[in-house]
Each structure stands twice: as C-alpha cells, then as structure tokens.
Design a protein around this ligand. Structure first.
Ligand code: SF4
Length: 446
C-alpha cells in the first residue's frame, strides 16, 4: 500500500518512557513516508501509546478507541494501532473488545513498528506482545522539543513492588550499551539539543545486566559510570536522570552529581510511603529511615538540591496512623515536587488480590490531605528562590502569555520571564527571581 500520502497521529498516555517510545515510533512512521496530522480524524493511521499504571489511565484509551473503531466502519483503510502497557497487559484479549484493531504491540516492540505494519498492510491482524530482546533503534526519533531530549538507558524493571504493573508490561531490565547511549547523545549535541534526560523505570539498575565486574566486584557499568562517560559530550549543557530507587541509590552517585557540572541538582526518588510496615508490604526494600538518610546525604553534598518523589496513599490495609507517617515524612523532608496518587489495584499484581482494600472515600480523603500538605511545603521551598539569580534554559513561549518565555532552573523549577522566544529559545540565561509560587517562578532577564 502506497504510504507516501498517508497521515498519522499518535496519542501518548503515561510516563516519560512512553513519550520517548512515541517519539521513536513517530520517527519510524516518518521514515516510512507518513506525514504527521495534528487532528486524529484526518489521519489514516492512528496509534495510541497506552498506560496502565492506574485504572483510570487504562479506561481512558477505550473511549478513544471506540470513536476510531466507528470511523473504521466508514473508512476500512484506516489503520488502528494500540501500543504500550495496556496493549502488553491485554494482548489478544483486547481484540474481543475492539475487533477493529489492526495491530496490538507491547512496549518492547516499539522499534519493530515498520515490520509489524508491513504484516498489517499484507492483510493481517497482528498481536506482538511476546518478550523479546529490544533491538537497538537506529531511526531518528521525531522529538517533541528541539531543546530537551529523552534518552532511554535501561528498559523494563526486575523489581517486584507489590502494587506495580510495570514489570509485567515492560519486561525484564535491558540496559543499552554505554557506547550506544554516548553515540545518541553526540548526535543530539550536534543537532543543538541543550539538555538530555536519561530515562529508566529504575535507573539505578542501569548496567546490572551488562557484562563485566570491577576488581572490587561491583558492576562495571553503573549509572554513575555512565554519567562520567557522557558528561563531556559537546553541545549538551545539562544532564538529568530519572527515575531513581532508594534501594540502590549510592553515595558514589551523589558525589558524581556534585562533581559533574552539567548534571543538574535535581533528584527524583519515589518513596511511596513513610511507614515501614507499608513499605514492607509494598516490597520496596528500604525503610523510611534509609530514605531520610539518602536525602540528608544529598543535602550534605548539595544543600540547595531539588528533591521530587512519588507517593501512594490508601495502600491495602493502610491505617490512619500509617498514613500520618507519610504526612510526617513529607513535612520533615519538604519536597520541591511530589507526584501523589491513590492506590489503584492493577491486574496481575499481588496487592490487587488482598482482602484489606480501602474504600474510595478514605483514599480520596487521604489524597486531598496529602496534596494540601505538598502544596504548602512546595510553597515554602520555593521561597528560597526569591531575589536569587537562577540559570534558566529557555524552552518555549509561555502558552498563557505570549509576551513571556518559559524554561526550567537546574532544580527543574518552571520559570516564566519576559522575552522574545526567537532570541531566547535554547539559551541558558541568568534570571533574577521576582515572584515565587508553589510549583513555578517568575523573573527578569539579567
Ligand atoms: S521499581 Fe517498583 S514501582 Fe518502579 S517500575 Fe519497578 S516494580 Fe514498578
């Protein structure tokens, strides 16, 4: 089938890993001659890259699919693709619910999109969810930004947190080689990208599956070693990484972040709960005391570092007292940002089978109380910026005020300032902070 005049549209749900996968799949489609269509209803190929981290994320895709399935009855040439974690979780079953689908593909198959579509264009309905070794991708991702870029360093996760669906849908850990990552970053530097975020579900596990150990018996390839390897890439001015795991977070990594000038002083380290019994039931593998020590160590080396995290409230069996331990940890640490969620039972996860599930009322009450405290603490944390000169990488126009541009501090704080986006986009500028809010700042160009 001639694809040269065909248009595609990708809708992405969920995390940064999904966004990075969508950018690569868009690159593959454009390599095949497809053209991006902003409006999905003008597209001949629709791809939903899905998320199943919580039930509402999963349900969302079915309403989208329903609309396009109707369209396909009028236009049989429409190609419908569901990718990502719901596709992996449901596999063949999803065809019973949406028989109009042409391709169901798990996250591990993202780089195989062209082969899979060829099978579809040959008249097949394709389901690709078998575990595979992820082939290194040579296609040029169609990135959303021309300033900041995601770079996958490790796929999958070998942890077994009792609430989490990720290992089931993203598979075992597969680290990319340092050489492949370095090459991708060199290309990004040449293309003018100023900031790179290294991505992994559990990025501290980077390299564990790669061969080689040092004399001291430690893995030869670790995230810390990778940071030293990619630090001097020319053109890239800032390096970030996510998502960390307290169980594997090392002082060696903290020292590297302090030493390496391009590595931004922002750490995203989910703690999930402030109660040790809940952490045990979650199979997180650390205590709140260990978590507090990590944050204290980071602040010893980098007192002004930004700390963000994820927390779950309403885990099965969580008592009021245990929830208050989470509130206490949040109050004590003072996070710059905290992503909060009410526990959502996920298919195929141990915790979903447990009897002691809490009611939606209790969960939403706790979520509200936690969010209130988070905003209060974030506002307190933001105060430290007032009157300071901050280094901001300008990314784009402020969509709400076109006399302003927006960007982020090294601490990942969203910052707005007056300026011409054509002059400032991609520039690292000095900004005097004149106004602070819980989760964003305003300032003047110095
Ligand atoms: S570390 Fe735990 S929460 Fe994070 S992706 Fe792995 S299993 Fe899920």
């Amino acid at each position: 089938m001639d694809s040269s005049q065909r248009h595609y549209h990708i809708t992405t749900f969920g995390c940064q890993m999904n966004k990075a996968d969508s950018e690569r799949m868009a690159g593959i489609l454009e390599d095949m001659g497809f053209i991006w269509s902003e409006n999905p209803n003008d597209a001949d190929l629709i791809l939903y890259n899905t998320c199943t981290i919580r039930d509402n994320a999963e349900q969302k895709v079915y309403s989208y699919l329903g609309r396009q399935a109707k369209r396909k009855h009028q236009n049989p040439n429409l190609t419908l693709v569901v990718a990502g974690c719901v596709a992996q979780q449901e596999g063949q079953q999803i065809l019973r619910r949406v028989p109009e689908l042409d391709l169901v593909m798990g996250p591990q198959h993202a780089n195989r999109l062209e082969d899979l579509l060829q099978q579809v264009f040959d008249g097949n309905q394709v389901v690709a969810t078998e575990p595979i070794h992820i082939v290194e991708d040579i296609t040029k991702p169609r990135r959303d930004s021309t300033i900041t870029a995601w770079v996958n360093v490790i796929y999958g996760c070998n942890e077994r947190c009792s609430y989490c669906v990720v290992p089931n849908v993203r598979g075992v850990e597969q680290s990319r080689t340092p050489e492949a990552i370095l090459k991708e970053m060199e290309v990004l530097g040449q293309q003018g990208y100023k900031e790179v975020t290294l991505l992994g579900q559990n990025i501290d596990a980077y390299g564990r599956d790669l061969p080689g150990v040092t004399e001291t018996g430690r893995h030869q390839h670790t995230l810390t070693d990778l940071l030293y390897t990619v630090h001097d890439v020319s053109g890239v001015e800032r390096i970030r990484f996510a998502t960390s795991h307290p169980r594997y977070f090392t002082e060696r990594l903290i020292v590297a972040c302090q030493e390496l000038s391009k590595v931004c002083e922002h750490f995203h380290i989910p703690f999930q709960s402030g109660d040790n019994d809940i952490l045990k039931a979650m199979k997180r593998g650390y205590t709140h005391e260990k978590y507090r020590q990590i944050i204290a160590k980071i602040r010893d080396y980098m007192p002004d570092a930004s700390i963000s995290a994820d927390a779950i409230v309403g885990f099965p069996g969580e008592t009021e007292e245990q929830f208050e331990n989470t509130l206490k940890l949040v109050a004590d640490i003072g996070f710059d940002q905290l992503n909060t969620a009410a526990y959502s039972p996920r298919p195929g996860t141990p915790a979903a089978m447990w009897e002691n599930q809490l009611s939606e009322e209790v969960k939403s009450d706790r979520l509200q109380r936690l969010n209130h405290l988070v905003a209060q603490k974030a506002a307190e944390r933001s105060q430290r910026y007032l009157g300071r000169i901050e280094e901001v990488l300008v990314e784009d126009l402020n969509p709400k005020d076109n006399t302003q541009v927006m960007g982020r501090t090294r601490g990942n704080r969203l910052t707005f300032l007056k300026g011409d986006v054509n002059q400032l986009r991609g520039q690292i500028v000095q900004v005097k902070i004149t106004e602070v809010r819980a989760f964003s700042l305003t300032g003047e160009l110095v």
